[in-house]
Design a protein around this ligand. Structure first.
Ligand SMILES: Cc1cc2nc3c(=O)[nH]c(=O)nc-3n(C[C@H](O)[C@H](O)[C@H](O)COP(=O)(O)O)c2cc1C
Length: 195
């Protein structure tokens, strides 16, 4: 069976709840690029996956946002997250949601391809937060793409029309996403050819 005609299904969300979130704006650019490539993008919001604080006593009664996150992961070929960096690390609400979802069996992050990106007003663009975010995902068996994109001085780096202001950086952003999609596509065909 070939999957050549099937579009890639990508779950995409920004891990910020903030109305004017820079990460949400960066994700909107990424979604437009993926849709131009013919992907079916499930453009979610962190608010949908935001869970109460994890409590192992409650494993038997998963909160609805965790179940929704699991379901949406299961329906996609890959996920892409744009995450703020808080105090040199990932936002607690994202780690909390990942902890809940990690309790499902089968564990839905296992073997799922993921691309991480960030936006921050700082000079490093929140890149340190992405290194910390790799740890739980890789622990769970997710195939996190080696390149990560971090938009520095992001408060000035996105035009009002929703483009990355620096043309060369915009090209690099697009190329990172396209390379990730190629890998996901190749993996999907590989799995299809052995099934
Ligand atoms: C609690 C807190 C901690 C933060 N820590 C960092 C940090 O370590 N590194 C960084 O680049 N920005 C840090 N920031 C600034 C965020 O990058 C900035 O608020 C950013 O706009 C948040 O992402 P958002 O616009 O998508 O909500 C922090 C912000 C908050 C509220």
């Amino acid at each position: 069976m070939t999957h050549a005609q099937e579009p890639l299904r990508i779950l995409a969300f920004s891990a910020s709840l903030r109305r004017e979130s820079l990460n949400t704006r960066l994700m909107q650019i990424a979604v437009a690029i993926m849709e131009k490539q013919g992907c079916v993008v499930d453009h979610a919001s962190m608010a949908e996956f935001d869970c109460p604080s994890y409590n192992q006593d409650l494993d038997a009664s998963m909160p609805a946002p965790a179940t929704l996150f699991r379901d949406r992961l299961e329906q996609c070929d890959a996920f892409i997250i744009s995450s703020p960096e808080y105090n040199g690390s990932m936002p607690g609400l994202l780690k909390n949601a990942v902890d809940w979802v990690s309790r499902f069996r089968p564990q839905p992050f296992n073997e799922k391809h993921g691309l991480l990106m960030s936006a921050s007003p700082s000079m490093r663009g929140g890149n340190m937060g992405l290194w910390s975010l790799r740890i739980p995902f890789e622990h769970l068996g997710a195939r996190i793409y080696p390149d990560m994109f971090s938009l520095a001085t992001a408060h000035k780096g996105i035009t009002p029309e929703g483009k990355i202001a620096d043309e060369k950086l915009g090209e690099r952003f697009e190329n990172t996403i396209l390379a990730f999609l190629s890998l996901v596509e190749a993996a999907k065909h590989e799995i299809g050819s052995t099934a």
